[in-house]
Ligand binder design. Structure first.
Ligand code: NOJ
Ligand code: CA
Length: 659
């Protein structure tokens, strides 16, 4: 194997040749070292952070159609570069993101073959990413059957993992040793002694999702979700795969505040993204999940004109910008997940969309459209232009999309290349109609919202609806203190909390397993630029003092910090409003009551704040007394330590108003 070093003198220092076949690139602060080793057996990479190995030598490459191997390489050239830029998000958890890395590009050819492939590696201070790039070349199309990329851990370790068997990504992340994992989704969060790692992918636009399959020992290998014919991906050169990345942190909070995934996505492709506006919303929704009303037209049809008017009135009175209406359109009759004929332009007779659009506009409220497709993507794609034009005609610029059916068009996986292409087509169409998406039953998000900020939020999480009806009784209290460190790392979640009434007569086996105060805390802990207040208006009217927090809490942030967290036990997240000087804090626990001391050193040093605290009352308990809360105020500064008492399944939400 012969190296041909092409980097210039200015690049020396970023890249070190460590002897035959081995090359290393370091993070800007020098702590993370990414090393590649090319031998006649194949190409491997390994990574260390401050001397601690985080990835042991791990294989790279692909298997192509006909068993053609792309796993041994001749290196044609190498070059290094570095990048340091701070960019502004259209919306998000932080206003500014620093994108600072050293890059290594290795130009390679298939050993014994004619295929050209480059490896691009970026090493940041908080992790690394790499991707395979097939440059313009004689072979203009490739059929990929398998990816050989591995992540080998230096030792067995605890992982927070979700099995890959649920097409909707609505499983639990549970703590399991890596050595005992089967095939799991990413993000996969791993606790090594003194280190927190998370493996995921960025910029998934035309490739299958990467699951991780445990092979030997502590090795996880990419398993691309295939088409129904067994092919993983059809590729036309030039082509770049999504980035495979790992965030490396010393604390769980380092995973949450990392900008690495967004940095590995392309900049905003929408010329004027001013229509991509974060918002809170309510909706004709929870009442269907409580089986009080139905999606289809009947004498208990949720989306009837009078009922929707009631929601619009409530939204207008309380300054909530959006009202989602599900079940407005024809197609819901019978076993609706089997319906391949939903119309996206034909309302039910008892839903007067013309009148309601006018009524909402007069009251300064926006209707949110609903497109349940039952995963019949061809039916949806055939109607895309008319559906989005219809929205525009009614002044509607936000839509919740849904794909309830295990397979798309009865044949392809949501997470395969077919699904990924479909979702991207919808996002691009919506952008052309200045419309924003809240996508349910998605492929796992990968940071595409940087490029398309109209992709506001997605489900792909075991959200609040499971606590309305799931046969397992609902999401247990630990679930929401795991989410920020697992699914949350992939991007905004449309979790739809906000329950104020915990009685559920139609599904007595299930319930929301939190206190009311924890429901408030989740608005700060779980990030989404579209955040639903999901309970019924009358349940909010019964606790208007607590509802004030939902009215106040922002959905767009300047800065995010994580003052305290033990994954699966408790979490405290503080965020500064992007549009005022106020800070907000959310603290939540699992099923155990706890007393925490939260340092307020995130507040501005020279200021006093009024802290308005929404806490569990002394006798609160998620099982026996969930609605017991206490609202108090006190003056605080950044020097203070705030004692926080959390009931079992409880939480605390705080608004800090700068004096
Ligand atoms: C599943 C979605 O997650 C839920 O929010 C929606 O109400 C139903 N599908 C119906 O579209
Ligand atoms: Ca769902």
């Amino acid at each position: 194997m012969k190296f041909n070093y092409m980097f210039s003198a200015v690049m020396v220092g970023l890249l070190t040749a460590c002897g035959s076949g081995i090359t290393e690139v370091k993070s800007p602060d020098g702590e993370i070292r990414f090393r590649i080793d090319n031998t006649s057996a194949g190409l491997t990479y390994s990574v260390s952070d401050n001397g601690t190995v985080v990835v042991s030598p791990s294989q790279m490459g692909f298997v192509l159609q006909g068993g053609e191997m792309l796993d041994r390489f001749d290196i044609r050239s190498m070059s290094a570069s570095s990048h340091d830029e701070t960019w502004e998000t259209v919306w998000g958890e932080s206003r500014f993101v620093r994108d600072n890395y050293n890059q290594l590009t290795v130009e390679m050819s298939q050993h014994g073959g004619d295929l050209l492939v480059n490896l691009e590696v970026r090493v940041f201070d908080d992790g690394f990413g790499y991707r395979y790039v097939f440059p313009d070349q004689q072979r203009d199309s490739l059929v990929i059957m398998q990816e050989l990329t591995q992540f080998t851990l230096p030792a067995d370790a605890e992982a927070w993992a979700m099995p890959a068997d649920d097409p909707y990504l609505e499983g639990y992340f549970t703590k399991t040793p890596v050595s005992e994992l089967d095939t799991v989704r990413t993000p996969l969060t791993i606790e090594l002694p003194g280190k927190y790692l998370s493996i995921h992918e960025a910029a998934l636009t035309d490739f299958p999702k990467m699951n991780l399959m445990k092979t030997a020992g502590n090795t996880l290998q990419s398993q691309l979700v295939p088409w129904s014919n067994g092919v993983a991906a059809y590729v036309t050169t030039p082509f770049a795969t999504p980035w495979r990345f790992m965030i490396i942190g010393d604390e769980p909070g380092d995973l949450v505040t990392s900008g690495l995934m967004l940095n590995l996505n392309e900049p905003c492709a929408i010329a004027d993204p001013s229509f991509c506006k974060p918002m809170k919303y309510i909706g004709v929704w929870w009442e269907m999940h409580l089986f009080r009303t139905y999606w289809y037209q009947c004498d208990r049809h949720g989306a009837n004109t009078a009922n929707v008017r009631r929601y619009i009135d409530f939204a207008a009175e309380h300054g909530i910008p959006g009202v989602l209406v599900e079940g407005w359109n024809k197609g819901w009759e019978g076993d609706w997940p089997r319906n391949d004929h939903f119309s996206f332009t034909d309302p039910y007779d008892d839903y007067d969309i013309e009148e309601l659009s006018r009524y909402a506009a007069d009251k300064g409220v926006q209707l949110i459209m609903h497109h349940e497709t039952a995963a019949y993507t061809t039916n949806y794609e055939n109607q895309l232009d008319s559906a989005y034009q219809y929205m525009n005609d009614h002044g509607i610029h936000n839509v919740k999309t849904g794909y309830v059916n295990r397979l798309m068009d009865g044949i392809e996986d949501h997470s395969g290349q077919y699904g990924v292409r479909h979702y991207r087509k919808v996002i691009e169409t919506a952008a052309r109609y200045t419309s924003n998406i809240d996508n349910h039953e998605p492929v796992m998000p990968t940071g595409l919202q940087r490029t398309y900020p109209n992709l506001m939020t997605q489900e792909g999480v075991r959200g609040q609806e499971h606590s309305a009806w799931d046969t397992d009784g609902g999401n247990p209290p630990y679930h929401t203190v795991v989410m920020p460190f697992t699914r949350g790392l992939a991007g905004p979640m449309d979790f739809t909390f906000g329950t104020f009434n915990f009685d559920n007569p139609n599904s007595p086996h299930a319930r929301v397993q939190t206190t009311l105060a924890k429901e408030l805390a989740l608005y700060v802990i779980i990030y989404s630029p579209m955040q639903m207040a999901s309970d019924l208006p009358e349940n909010y009217e019964a606790h208007l003092d607590a509802f004030q927090f939902i009215k106040d809490v922002p959905v767009d942030w300047d800065v995010t910090v994580v003052p305290a967290a033990v994954i699966g036990d408790y979490v405290a997240i503080a965020r500064k409003d992007r549009n005022s000087d106020d800070w907000y804090l959310g603290v939540a626990t699992d099923e155990e009551a706890r007393q925490l001391e939260i340092s307020l050193d995130f507040l501005d040093g020279d200021s006093e704040y009024t802290a308005r605290i929404y806490a569990d009352a002394p006798d609160a308990d998620w099982k026996t007394n969930p609605t017991a809360y206490a609202i108090t105020s006190q003056t605080v500064t950044s020097e203070d330590i705030l004692p926080v008492r959390l009931a079992a399944g409880g939480g605390t939400a705080v608004r800090f108003i700068k004096k």
